[in-house]
Write a protein that binds this ligand. Sequence first.
Ligand SMILES: [Zn+2]
Length: 433
Amino acid sequence: MKNYNGVIDELINGTWVSPSDQNQYGIPIKNIQILESVEGLESGLINKLHDNQKLLVVSDPFTHKAMGERIFKNLTGKVNVDEYIWEKPSSSIEGVDHLREKLKNYDGMIAVGSGTVSDSIKYATFLEKKNYSVFATTPMNAYTTGTASIAFNGIKKSLVAHYAQGVFFDLNVLSHCPKRLTAAAFADVICRTTAQVDWLMSHQLLNTEYKPIPYELLALYEQQMIDAAKEISEGKINALALLTRISAIMGLGTSFTQTTHVGSMGEHGVSHYIDMFAGDKHPGTSHGEQVGIATISISKLQNSILKKDQPPIITPTNIPEDEIIQKLGEPMLETIKKAMEPKIFDQKKADETNEYFLKNWSEFAEPLREKMLDYDIIWNSMGECGALRTAEDAKLDSNFYKDALKYGRFIRDRYTILDLAGDSNQLDSLINV
Ligand SMILES: [Zn+2]
């Protein structure tokens, strides 16, 4: 069986050498397989990781049909398993409690499927100090992260959990997943470009930490994946394999950096803003879809500001308190003031930065330009893979989306191009182009 793991094999073995520091790197997941089909291989894969364990195979009605039924059948008699089809899966703390109850008679779980099933199992097994593996039904990056996205009273939180023992992708199954999901997965990894530029810029201006390791891995395949955008939308196996490999590496990124900055900067802030404040106006778009739309907007800002020959002129940071109270409510203001603390530019810092920019603008901007994808490349490839690209595509109120771009910078402590644009008084005009 052909394996599409690429560099992931070296990461599993702990033998991959980073070109920047010549150190060897491994990953906390014992086995990852990206295969055309996992059919018939299930018991071999699971027995190696869950020797002598009693396991519960958990799917939902959709993933049961797509793959769960077959996996349970192929494990039966070779692994000590029972099956549970979760009729109404929910990645909420109530859903997690439900699974913890189910876990009582088992040593661990096998997740089949979607983000909802996988993240709930990740968190439930973490809390119960048991383990799990997952057969993926989409190419998302959540399968290979150590965090779980769980809702408390309707509000999603990203929680520290643990890694799967094994993550197995069956490309034949993935090629039948809804196109909307593959397009969202593409959007949630092409944001590498905006996240890297923001994170490196924050490092250069505020001396925050920055690690290039995940980007060295993503760079191995990003151009090929962009070239294959159309084939991804058509469900071609080779193209889906590239997207899956990049998504898996993106998920693993956090394991090298111990922070999510690697794939979550300005564009993710905008998506979080949408989830936090859209209320009735939320069009039901997914995380990846929102990130894709925001990536396009952020890329436009980065390309237009950082490619100029002249530096921007920084003025002291202004938190528009009255507007924030009016738009987001009084209680948000305290949260915002705290989030803004590490990235406030006072007069002194603004003066110093302007002086530095005047002397060193091209030295400052050049490394950022190198990491940047051209706006047209992002726009075109997202179109080819069928991703949503604008607020209109998403049926999101365009004034609300402009607010997300304008105020999104205030809700997180990460310094991004939205801060640079805001502090140099060009955010309003760039948003309204
Ligand atoms: Zn994301």
